[in-house]
Write a protein that binds this ligand. Structure first.
Ligand SMILES: [Mn+2]
Length: 364
């Protein structure tokens, strides 16, 4: 705990100093924004407003690709925050601009990845494992506040807002609460006492759990696409991998096997992977499908099987032990076999792979 207290203090001193000296601030989350990414950006816009600095939230995804709940948050706050796309951002950057990146630390997952050198300083606030050492394209920046013990970027940003005594209102509190709720899977995963401390702060600022819950309700169409992807014609296969007699993992692999070329919103693939963990005895789920940005895999784990470890072995992949993703040029079924090979190779002792159907999931 102490280590991160020092870390956030040092980060904040540096951040505040550079904010005071800059002309403008660009705030950026990951592509395919989720609640945690958009909320942490909104939080940092509030943070920047305290310094009376021009600040922009860069969202470069097409409206149609954005998760409906996230789009809702953006739409109702358009007059409050300066949402701009990549082209506008490039137009507005001057030689005294800084960039704050939230909820991501990998270059390939951000829209401004190819113009990072235009910024005087770059700050990163993230709760994902720092991939810098593993990936050659990891963001090069000494101004990082990365705490992979934090539940979410929203938790970290709430902490920064509290340390600065920013007086934000219900809307911001609801967004940050939604970010924490999403990344903790409703306060089940990765929570610490800090998480609940921050929730308490958000409630003081007017967060309303009932309104937040409505952000998570899904559209009929979305639900039906996700369910079809999971349940249609053996799309989902189960494999049991054993590392030794004490370690067995039931893994699920979901691909549209009949029409692998079907295009999905990336967020649907992620939600399908989440949904699979609601099924008994699944240790980790992998869902693979085509999107407008290539083939995507989303992986989720109950905690024992490290999915970040597996997907970080792909060229553009990574994440943490319970939640990971990757994009690839491979076809969905090719990507699936590649992932299976990686899993087999990464189990240190031996493995015993059995492709089995749902009715035969091996009981532990
Ligand atoms: Mn997050």
């Amino acid at each position: 705990m102490g280590e991160f207290m020092d870390k956030i203090k040092h980060f904040k001193i540096e951040l505040d100093d550079k904010i005071r000296k800059c002309n403008s601030i660009f705030i950026l989350g990951h592509n395919d924004p989720d609640f945690d990414s958009i909320a942490s950006c909104i939080g940092m816009s509030e943070y920047s407003n305290e310094f009376n600095k021009n600040n922009y939230i860069v969202v470069n995804d097409k409206d149609i690709d954005i998760d409906s709940g996230v789009k809702n948050i953006i739409d109702i706050s358009r007059n409050k925050y300066n949402y701009i796309d990549k082209n506008k951002a490039i137009e507005f950057i001057d030689d005294n601009s800084i960039l704050i990146i939230c909820d991501v630390n990998q270059q390939y997952r951000i829209s401004l990845g190819d113009c990072l050198d235009k910024f005087k300083y770059i700050f990163v606030i993230d709760h994902h494992i720092d991939n810098d050492g593993i990936k050659s394209d990891g963001l090069v920046s000494k101004r990082k506040y990365i705490n992979d013990k934090a539940s979410s970027a929203s938790e970290m940003v709430t902490d920064l807002l509290e340390l600065s005594h920013v007086n934000y209102g219900e809307f911001v509190a609801n967004a940050l609460f939604a970010g924490i709720r999403l990344d903790t899977k409703r306060f089940i995963k990765n929570t610490t006492t800090k998480t609940y401390d921050m929730i308490k702060r958000l409630l003081f600022h007017g967060a309303n759990p009932d309104k937040i819950n409505r952000l998570f309700l899904s559209e009929f169409e979305e639900e039906s696409i996700i369910c079809k992807l999971i349940y249609n014609n053996g799309n989902t296969l189960f494999s049991k991998y054993s590392e030794d007699i004490f370690k067995e993992y039931n893994l699920s692999f979901t691909v549209n096997r009949e029409m692998p070329d079907t295009n999905y919103k990336k967020v649907y693939i992620a939600k399908a992977a989440d949904k699979m963990l609601k099924i008994k005895m699944i240790d980790a789920s992998f869902v693979i499908g085509k999107t407008s940005n290539g083939t995507v895999v989303s992986a989720r784990s109950m905690g024992e099987f490290n999915v970040g470890n597996i997907l970080s072995k792909l060229e553009h992949g990574g994440g943490n032990s319970t939640s990971a993703g990757a994009v690839s040029d491979l076809e969905p079924l090719e990507l699936e076999s590649k992932i299976k090979t990686i899993i087999e190779n990464s189990l240190s002792c031996y493995y015993e792979k059995t492709d089995i159907y749902p009715s035969k999931v091996v009981k532990k």
